[in-house]
Design a protein around this ligand. Structure first.
Ligand code: CDP
Ligand code: CDP
Length: 220
């Protein structure tokens, strides 16, 4: 599998990783890994089972035994379609907390590596380029201002029928940035060799075009 190309797209919350990674994968006919969804699935399982959110061992067990599958755009957890449920802010916040536990991260490594299949993979998350696929031929670090990201997240939540409050979102987003950036394991930072793309003033399609142009130049 080490010959199968991987494009990693890491960055802070609501920087557009998912949107951009998905479109890049579609354009190239590559598989797509939403690694954040795995942390969200673990968080949802824990919330549903009332697992103690400080019990690293119990959380790692949940992560290791996730019964999930990705079918088209749908995410299935133990036969239930949780595509929308895992996008709730509570689930995202819980995901970012449990993602600070080394044992949880470790439990999800094998699952993530398994997404590397021909003809290629686009993987998005926080540590795709730094930890999971350190030899990827193209690593991108996608970012945008806090204000731009909060505005994007607000619109997404409203469109999905969740209620949202801009002030709360700004606070949550900053807290999540802090946790992701300052945790001891796999902290959020551009991977070695990553190309940084600030999309504050860009549309998602412009970001996609930039990533495709970079990829064309690395495979040439
Ligand atoms: O949509 P958002 O960027 O907020 O989150 P996500 O990509 O769906 O991931 C949810 C949470 O999982 C993030 O806040 C991260 O703390 C964590 N995560 C991680 O630690 N490592 C990854 N590779 C992906 C997500
Ligand atoms: O995965 P991540 O949390 O980084 O972001 P996302 O779930 O892809 O959400 C980004 C949102 O901002 C989507 O609704 C996009 O349509 C929008 N957007 C973007 O992704 N990139 C831009 N340059 C501008 C807007």
């Amino acid at each position: 599998t080490s010959q199968i190309p991987v494009i990693t797209i890491d960055g802070p919350t609501a920087s557009g990783k998912g949107t951009v990674a998905h479109r890049v994968a579609d354009k190239l006919g590559f598989h797509y890994l939403d690694s954040g969804a795995l942390y969200r699935l673990t968080a949802l399982s824990a919330l549903r089972r009332d697992t103690d959110l400080t019990d690293e061992h119990a959380l790692a067990k949940l992560a290791e035994h996730l019964h999930c599958s990705f079918q088209g755009g749908d995410i299935i957890l133990s036969h239930e379609n949780v595509t929308d449920a895992i996008r709730a802010e509570e689930v995202g916040n819980t995901a970012s907390k449990i993602a600070t536990f080394p044992a949880v991260r470790h439990a999800l490594v094998g699952l993530q590596l398994g997404f590397r299949k021909a003809p290629g993979l686009v993987a998005d998350g926080r540590d795709m380029g730094s930890v999971i696929f350190p030899h990827a031929p193209l690593k991108v670090f996608l970012t945008a201002s806090v204000a731009a990201r909060a505005g994007r997240r607000y619109k997404q939540l409203i469109d999905k029928g969740f209620s949202a409050n801009m002030q709360d979102l700004l606070v949550d987003l900053q807290a999540r940035d802090d946790r992701d950036t300052n945790r001891a394991i796999a902290p959020l930072a551009p991977a070695e060799g990553a190309l940084v793309l600030d999309t504050s003033e860009m549309t998602a399609d412009q970001a996609v075009d930039q990533v495709l142009a970079w990829y064309a130049s690395v495979v040439k």
